[in-house]
Design a protein around this ligand. Structure first.
Ligand code: HEM
Length: 184
């Protein structure tokens, strides 16, 4: 994955657990990299090893870390120069979700080797939607739960997310039931 992702993992760990924790995690992951370059593509294995090592070093389940990371990602990308792209996504949570599929198409203009996830909605009704998430990568669904929460915060909209269909359990892709807004 692009270095932007690994840098976000680093910043999250440094902010919440301190610089020493980050050094221990990098060491445990067996990574001899001083600085991640945002626009360089790294093997996915680097990110998975970082998450695995952080889980072991901090004693926090990987799913919980990925969820925290998803929530952080919304703030992080806004701060790292992608705020305009996020703003273009819409001015309400539902509008943003309806435009979500196109977001990474725009991101791909800056990151030519991007392997973006796909998102689409079904069963949309007042305050409810089913979000479908498909990825070439396994195991990142907890990040999507955190992303929803981060978006809920961004749009000051209360959100409840239920992971309804799991690829880990043999489903073709992951699905989330989402209730949002005052009607939840
Ligand atoms: C403008 C803001 C954003 C930027 C710049 C961005 C960029 C990226 C980049 C560079 C990756 C790594 C993929 C790769 O290297 O092949 C990625 C992955 C990912 N992004 Fe975004 N993204 C943004 C917003 C979002 C939002 C709003 C969501 C969902 C709500 C999202 C969901 C994901 C997920 C789930 C992945 C993990 C990869 C996978 O599932 O295969 N991103 N994004």
């Amino acid at each position: 994955m692009y270095g932007l992702v690994n840098r976000a993992v680093e910043d999250l760990v440094r902010e919440r657990f301190g610089p020493e924790a980050w050094e221990r995690i990098k060491h445990r992951a067996g990574l001899d990299i001083d600085l991640f370059i945002s626009m360089d593509a790294y093997p996915d294995d680097v990110t998975y090893r970082l998450v695995g090592a952080a889980s072991e070093e901090l004693g926090v389940p990987a799913a919980q870390l990925l969820e925290a990371f998803g929530e952080y990602w919304i703030l992080y990308t806004a701060e790292q120069g992608y705020g305009e792209l996020l703003r273009m996504g819409g001015s309400s949570l539902l509008e943003f979700l309806q435009n979500l599929h196109d977001l990474h198409s725009h991101v791909a203009l800056s990151f030519p080797h991007l392997q973006p996830p796909s998102f689409w909605l079904s069963d949309v009704s007042e305050g409810n939607a089913r979000l479908h998430y498909q990825s070439s990568r396994a195991g990142l669904a907890p990040m999507v739960v955190g992303l929803w929460k981060g978006l809920g915060r961004r749009f000051a909209t209360p959100v409840v997310v239920e992971h309804a269909c799991r690829r880990d359990d043999g489903a073709e892709h992951d699905e989330f039931l989402v209730r949002f807004g005052a009607a939840q």
